[in-house]
Design a protein around this ligand. Sequence first.
Ligand SMILES: Nc1ncnc2c1ncn2[C@@H]1O[C@H](COP(=O)(O)OP(=O)(O)OP(=O)(O)O)[C@@H](O)[C@H]1O
Length: 354
Amino acid sequence: MTSQPVTAETRTVDRDAPVVLEAKNVSKHFDVHSAFGGGSVIHAVEDASLQLRRGQIVALVGESGSGKTTLARLLAQFYPVTSGEIRLDGEPVDAKLGFGNREFHSRVQLIFQDPFGALNPQKPVRHNLERALKLHHDFAGRAELQGRILQLMERVNLTPAADLVDAYPHQLSGGQRQRLVIARALAVDPEVILADEPISMLDVSIRLDILNLLRKLRDEQDLAMLYITHDIASARYLANAVQVMYAGQTVEGGPTESVIQNPQHPYTQLLLESSPDPETSLDAGAALDLGEPPNLADPPAGCRFHPRCPFAMDICKTTFPPRSQLSADHWTHCWLHAEKPTDTPKTQELGDPS
Ligand SMILES: Nc1ncnc2c1ncn2[C@@H]1O[C@H](COP(=O)(O)OP(=O)(O)OP(=O)(O)O)[C@@H](O)[C@H]1O
């Protein structure tokens, strides 16, 4: 994607668009048991919040292991939160719908990185779409179902649909397979798509086509979307807003151009400086030490970035900063931008006031 030009069409956030799906102060801790006895707790996501609005794409960026997939899976109800809440239309999801609920999954769909792994390799395109369609809709007969399958394929440019409908996944190209996965997600008429690195396993030449398809679906169907990526250039191309995660904590978020042109958290600055795309790299002076991300079985207290941060202060080592609003939509969790408490700081998270 980094070789593709960037355009600025989608870089605004519509604050009037209703929030469909939301993570509110969610944490996820995994208990991990060793084969040799003993165990540990992985603090994969800590007190993270994220809002997905109708007709808007939020890009979730951060290096490997920062908790992006875990946050998406919490939003998709793959597993329960350790604390915090997932809300659909403002109401807590588990109380309203429960896990594995068909109604929830007809509204929220997850698209994975590996299109091949997401499909049934033994079955043709028709079957892969038919199951999803029949699970959520009633059809008067075969002809109606067949019409709907072809229509879905055309919607994602999986064409000529009549020729490809009987093809098996291995007979499709990588891009066609991802189109099929997207078509299957659309089969249930969702309001939210959670796309976890949907282009990272595709050939560079077709990545832009898939991004354009996602953009078209957002615009034509008013879908709310989460787009997880390592690639800042594709986030910039696609997303209205960007949210940055580091070691399970959300550190900065806001309108795409505001975050990319004017990053305020030292980690966002580091991430952008190390981005291979010249359009997104910043002239921030001396190169920062990239260092290693922390072990999430024993993460640093306070702001988890403090061992790598060139501006770390004592308070950063003990207390996670509150959310500071930098402009109407741009915010960060960083003590460089927050008022420090006058009394001795306690070793606890201050939480997210939003
Ligand atoms: N089911 C699980 N059990 C134990 N640990 C897990 C589980 N799922 C994720 N983790 C751990 O949680 C942390 C966050 O992982 P996650 O996959 O969410 O990060 P990510 O930002 O999506 O990474 P990547 O970009 O490489 O996909 C990692 O340390 C990972 O090893």
